[in-house]
Design a protein around this ligand. Sequence first.
Ligand code: S3P
Length: 428
Amino acid sequence: MVRIIVPPDKSISHRAVIFSSLAKGRVEINNFLFAEDCLSTISVLKSLGIQITTFSNKRKVVVLGKGKFSFSPPKKALYAGNSGTTMRIMMGVLAGQGFESVLDGDQSLRSRPMNRVIRPLEKMGAKIESKEGYPPVRILPAKLKGAKIESQIASAQVKSAILLAGLHADGRTHYREFITSRDHTERMLRLFGVKVRRYNGFLIVDGKMSLQSPSTLFVPGDISSGSFFISYGLLKTGSKLVLQQVGLNPTRIGILRVIKRMGGHIRIVERVNSTEPYGNIVVKSSNLKGIRIKREEIASLIDELPIIAVMAAFAKGRTYIEAVDELRVKECDRVEAIRYNLARFGVDVRIIEKKGRTDLEIWGTSKFSQPKSIRTWSDHRISMAFAIMLAVLGMDLDVVDDKNCVGISYPEFWDTLNAVSKGENYGC
Ligand code: S3P
């Protein structure tokens, strides 16, 4: 049995440093993710005058927050790198600060839509300029007021931006999404002493509330990063893997439900129930079967779709995934990236556009061709998903055109894959 530690959760790490910066007092964050995206968030917060000390060898960060309105105006544009979470959540934080700021990012981030955050923030009185809805975004000083916002998109980034803007607004902010997205923000706000009420499907925050330091905070392992090795364990004949201390937040574990329906042998042991539940995940090689993944499930497994598509390629029969539209606007167009790369292996894969919706159909096979190259579009999750596929098939990993991009969320990915392929433990 091979045991591995997966990296700390990216979504929770971002929120941990942001919320700690908004709280009064010292917060020690343990098991913080030292990967490019979360380092972008730290760098943005430091440019806003927040004192943050990092201890990368201990995976620890110490933040000295000074309260909600204590940020200093930045001297230059704030650079969010590749990180949509940094940019969108920070827009919510900055909209009501009362000074001007500019948020920018790399080429990929500059092609990601921001109107989904700009429009509701404008409803709260924010003044934001952008390049027709794309970064860079310029946030002008404005006084915010509470508003009632209903979102058609199931997005935790949008929800988090609005709830945080609501804490900088006069009055109450109501927010409702038609499908629940990951709820790390709601859980963490409560940990910081902020009452997030629920009424009639709306989340409600009051601008009078302030955040209080919880002193320490623990970030569990990232189920999204873990999914790559969960899939390896299921697909590689004869393997049995244990992933330790992986986050099991119910709004994130759609992939576990999908794997069970596909017939995968997976179980959870040593579960710990805290603000963010976590536990050990045990998987062993399984014969998978194709299934239908419904539109309502997508938000709970959005980042796992590239690796689910890889599993579908090995499953018996057809896998049909409804409403993958949001994948088009991730770090790259992941719908096209999945289609393009699966087709390189000779997999029968189809994008189906109907009724204004994008679905994905994948037929499992046992005959794969050796791709000449894997095109990643420098997207970390595309790089890792197809690396797993190559490793399961015993094919050359050097065909991946960008191996470095895994540093966005999983700097130790290649070392972990190397260890696991040799039947060795990693990180424990
Ligand atoms: C994230 C939310 C999701 C997810 C992203 C991280 C977050 O994006 O895809 O990787 O931390 O809030 P959306 O909110 O756009 O769905």
